[in-house]
Design a binder for this molecule. Structure first.
Ligand SMILES: Cc1cc2nc3c(=O)[nH]c(=O)nc-3n(C[C@H](O)[C@H](O)[C@H](O)COP(=O)(O)O)c2cc1C
Length: 327
């Protein structure tokens, strides 16, 4: 099993956000960040006639991880095989999402209450593939929020053979809070993640939740193996600009400006639009790129109003860029 690719900085799985277009776009900013897919429900994947809808990606997106949601070991094993065959570097099991839809399917964060089932799921997945299987979880759920509960959950999975954990460092309330509130209201407890790494140093531990700057990433990496960033990477992708140099020690020249980044993205837009991908899908991830700069609002406006009806997505994107004053 190859555990070697670098997990120092990863981009969180985000439904309706980290699709293959967003991953392609982020890869243009950093060659080294680890990219997670949106969650794919295992039942849907294995019964889907065209699995490409979920699994299609460009080689340049790699290293990339596909996240599965599910709680039937057999289905998760089947789905993991498809993920491996498609070329992803790792498959991840979602034990952190608190949405009603996910709870109704008995997966996501509610799985934290059944560590033995999660261990069975993990084992079935890992037995089915030779790529690593990782777990993304919270530090607790509902009233199960003690250190002992959290340590026991991770310990059970570690005993089952899991070595890679991504911890969203707040608990989830399964009733009464929306998924959005569940990303904001329960307090962050980074100390749980640090204590875990100190007690179980053989595990590869990434911290997730509330990280917004590369300074914060560097601070966490003093003690942990990795940091995962979600919303900031989506809403303000330019913060990743120096990631290759600062986090991965790469000497490659980073992309020189936001407009240069979009220039690099344009051929992809042309190619995908010609294949029939809607302009809205290709440009919705770009809204936050120029935040704070003169013309940023107009940029967003041209994209949001123009994309549904444009006949030339690349031309529209060029036109939108012209409104922004970068320096
Ligand atoms: C729009 C959105 C969709 C999300 N979808 C998923 C998902 O599919 N799977 C998952 O494990 N977490 C999902 N999350 C949670 C993120 O992966 C991450 O744990 C959370 O946003 C906290 O990290 P952050 O503070 O850096 O954003 C989602 C978050 C957002 C904002």
């Amino acid at each position: 099993m190859n555990l070697d690719f670098n997990r120092r900085l990863s981009i969180a799985p985000m439904l309706d956000c980290t699709d293959r277009h967003e991953r392609y776009f982020l890869r243009l900013i950093s060659k080294n960040i680890l990219l997670y897919s949106e969650m794919v429900v295992s039942t849907g994947l294995i019964h889907c006639k065209d699995t490409g809808i979920f699994l299609e990606h460009e080689d340049c997106e790699l290293p990339a991880v596909l996240q599965l949601g599910g709680s039937y070991p057999n289905e998760l094993a089947e789905a993991s095989k498809l993920v491996e065959r498609a070329g992803f570097n790792e498959v991840n099991l979602n034990c952190g999402c608190p949405s009603d839809r996910v709870q109704n399917g008995n997966f996501g964060a509610c799985l934290m209450k059944d560590k033995n089932l999660v261990a069975d799921c993990f084992k079935a997945m890992q037995d089915a593939v030779s790529i690593p299987v990782s777990i993304k979880c919270r530090i607790g759920v509902d009233e199960f929020d003690s250190w002992e509960f959290f340590r026991d959950f991770v310990g059970t999975l570690a005993d089952a053979g899991c070595r890679i954990f991504i911890i969203h460092a707040r608990k989830a309330w399964l009733k009464g809070l929306s998924p959005k509130e569940n990303r904001e209201v329960p307090p962050l407890k980074y100390e749980f993640v640090h204590k875990l790494k100190a007690e179980m140093p053989h595990l590869n531990i990434s911290l997730n939740g509330g990280i917004k700057t590369l300074d914060q990433v560097e601070e966490q990496l003093k003690d942990l193996d990795g940091v995962m960033v979600g919303r900031e990477a989506y809403e303000n992708p330019w913060f990743l600009r120096d990631a290759d140099e600062r986090i991965f020690g790469s000497t490659d020249t980073p992309v020189s400006s936001r407009k240069a980044l979009l220039e690099a993205y344009l051929p992809y837009v042309e190619k995908e639009f010609a294949k029939g991908t809607p302009a809205t899908i290709l440009t919705r991830h770009l809204y936050g790129l120029f935040t704070g700069l003169p013309g940023a609002r107009k940029f967003r406006q041209v994209l949001s109003q123009g994309a549904p009806k444009t006949k030339d997505a690349a031309e529209m994107l060029r036109r939108a860029m012209d409104f922004v004053v970068e320096e």
